[in-house]
Every structure is written in structure tokens, then in C-alpha cells.
Design a protein. Structure first.
Length: 334
């Protein structure tokens, strides 16, 4: 497409929004008798139109990937700001690197099928970089992190530090790119993403009994929450420990999940609150035809839709009730 503008791309995206699955669509499909009939119900709603036929319900991921790849191809065609789209897809590159590094550390062979197809760095480039321990073809932040891991592995091949080091590199990479970003909603999205990621880190490390030195190494830069407050929350043994996180508008989404956590519940409610909050940021600009948030909002909407379809199919294949599917279903964009 030779000419791209936000009003044009936004009108195209608005039309695509009409075919997004709603929570009611997922819940309705969950009442189907079989996984096959559940997928058929989604297809009747327009999901994965033109996609492959599903001969085995356990292979539903092929349908999900088809729909996501179709959405990405569409966005690459209409999005005026390719760099912004690349910034959101960057997470898949770091996810792919983490996957391949861990497999390599375990001495296992790996192929392109082991990684996400939504990353921008070709599998062969990642494979050759890891095999040769030469990272000149990779982004600087990623390359520096992999060299750091090489030095660490020479002393102790500890796979648990792969995520920690690569997540740090990802946050540094994103924050560098955000310096040039003019859309405040995009900046707010990533600030919240890093804050919620750090909150999850605090909760997981606290539950596992780690010390605050490990926490400081694991915390990411780029959020609005102060590192000092996160350390206080980590060290506080009282039921009020989570109060350090209830600011910047997060309290509306986190207060109830924290109450459940204090009552012995797991982290799922906090994870759901994170995803719902992030989606709410981009939904604020869903009708602004001049905003870059429209393009990214559609991408996040399709990712959330894919997660909902995966939840539905896994639940149907394991005879999980429709009520439980509804309880675990995260907010959708439509």
C-alpha cells in the first residue's frame, strides 16, 4: 500500500473490529457439547474465515495461528508507523531467544517450530548467532544480554537466569525506543506493563522465599512505581504489603485480586487484572481516528482473542465447565 495515513488505517481497523469475538461469543461456544462444535460456533461467527479445516480438535493452534498471522499481515499493510508495530512485536523476539537459549542449554535440538512465528528476527539468524556465540546481527540490547549469559554459563549453566537477563534487556530496548514516541497512550501502556511485570516478580519471589538482593536484580526499568516501594512491599510481612502498589489508577484493578491473594488465592486474579488494565489503556483511543493506538489496540485485541480461543479449546478438550471458562476469561476488546 503506497500511501498510509491514520484516518485511513483507523477506518480499515474499525471495520475489522466488527468481526472480533466477544466474551458472549466465547461463553456461548463453551456451552457446546464438544470441542469440535465449539470451534464450529466460532467459525460461524466469522473466526478464522478462509482458514484450514480442523480435522483434529487437538490441533486447534493451527487455526489460532492462522487468524493471528492474518491480522499481522493486515496491520503491516495498513499501519502508517511500522516502527511502532515492530516495538509491540519485539516481545516475541525476546521470547524466542529465551526459548532457544534454554533448549540449547539443555543440549536439545531446536527448529523454527519451537518459536513464535510472530517474531521479526528470522529463526536462522537466531540459530546461527547462538551456535557461533556471535551476536552482531542482533539488536544491541539483546546481543549484550546474550554475551552476559555466555560469561555466566561459563561459570554455572543456570537456566533460571535466562529469563531474568533477557527481560532486563527487553525493558532497556523498549525504553530506548520510547524516547522517540509521541503518543502518550503508548508510553502509558509500557509503563503499566513494566509496573505490573514488577508486581508479579515481587509476588513470585516473595512466595518462593528469595531475598531482596535477588529482587533488585530482577526488577525492570521503565515503570512509574518506585523501586524502593517494591522492595518495601517485598519485605513487608503484613496484609498491608500490597498497599504500595495501589496508586496510579492501578488500585481499581488490583484491590480485589490482592484481597483474594491475602485469603490464600493464587496469582491468576492478579494476572487477569494486569491484562485487563493494559487493554483498558488502548481502548480509550479506540474511536480516535488520528491515534496510533488504533493499530496497536487491534493487535492486542487479536492477541487477547487468541488467548480466549485457546482457553476455550483447552477447557473443552479437558471437560472443564462453561462456568469455569467464564470465570477465567479475560476482558476482550470488542
Amino acid at each position: 500500500m503506497a500511501f498510509k495515513s491514520y484516518p485511513f488505517s483507523s477506518s480499515m481497523i474499525s471495520y475489522r473490529h466488527l468481526s472480533l469475538l466477544s466474551q458472549d461469543n466465547i461463553v456461548s461456544a463453551a456451552s457446546s457439547e464438544t470441542a469440535d462444535s465449539a470451534m464450529l460456533a466460532l467459525k460461524e461467527r466469522g473466526y478464522a474465515k478462509g482458514g484450514p479445516e480442523l480435522e483434529n480438535p487437538y490441533e486447534f493452534e493451527t487455526i489460532v495461528e492462522f487468524e493471528l498471522e492474518k491480522a499481522l499481515d493486515f496491520l503491516k499493510d495498513v499501519c502508517p508507523d511500522e516502527k511502532l508495530l515492530s516495538l509491540y512485536l519485539l516481545k516475541y523476539d525476546y521470547l524466542n531467544v529465551k526459548t532457544l537459549l534454554k533448549l540449547n542449554l539443555l543440549g536439545k535440538e531446536f527448529s523454527a517450530e519451537d518459536i513464535s512465528p510472530y517474531g521479526q528476527i528470522p529463526f536462522e539468524v537466531l540459530k546461527e548467532s547462538i551456535a557461533d556465540q556471535s551476536y552482531s546481527r542482533l539488536p544491541k540490547e539483546m546481543a549484550d544480554a546474550m554475551r552476559h549469559l555466555d560469561k555466566s554459563f561459563a561459570i554455572n549453566e543456570d537456566a533460571t537466569i535466562v529469563g531474568l537477563i533477557m527481560d532486563k534487556a527487553y525493558s532497556e530496548h523498549v525504553n530506548k525506543e520510547l524516547i522517540k514516541e509521541k503518543n502518550p497512550k503508548v508510553i502509558e501502556y509500557f509503563e503499566a506493563y513494566f509496573d505490573f511485570t514488577n508486581i508479579m516478580v515481587v509476588l513470585r519471589l516473595k512466595d518462593a522465599g528469595y531475598n531482596s538482593d535477588i529482587l533488585e536484580e530482577a526488577l525492570l526499568e521503565g515503570g512509574k512505581l518506585f523501586k524502593a516501594d517494591m522492595i518495601k512491599a517485598f519485605e513487608d510481612k503484613s496484609d498491608n504489603a500490597f498497599s504500595y502498589f495501589l496508586k496510579f489508577g492501578y488500585e481499581k484493578y488490583l484491590r480485589e485480586p490482592f484481597e483474594k491473594l491475602n485469603s490464600g488465592g493464587g496469582l491468576f486474579a492478579v494476572e487477569k487484572a494486569r491484562d485487563d488494565y493494559l487493554l483498558s489503556i488502548l481502548k480509550e483511543d479506540r474511536y480516535d481516528m488520528f491515534s496510533s493506538s488504533m493499530s496497536i489496540g487491534y493487535l492486542i485485541a487479536k492477541e487477547r482473542e487468541a488467548a480466549a480461543v485457546r482457553l476455550l479449546m483447552v477447557a473443552m478438550l479437558n471437560n472443564i465447565s462453561a462456568d469455569e471458562i467464564s470465570r477465567r476469561l479475560k476482558e476482550l476488546f470488542s
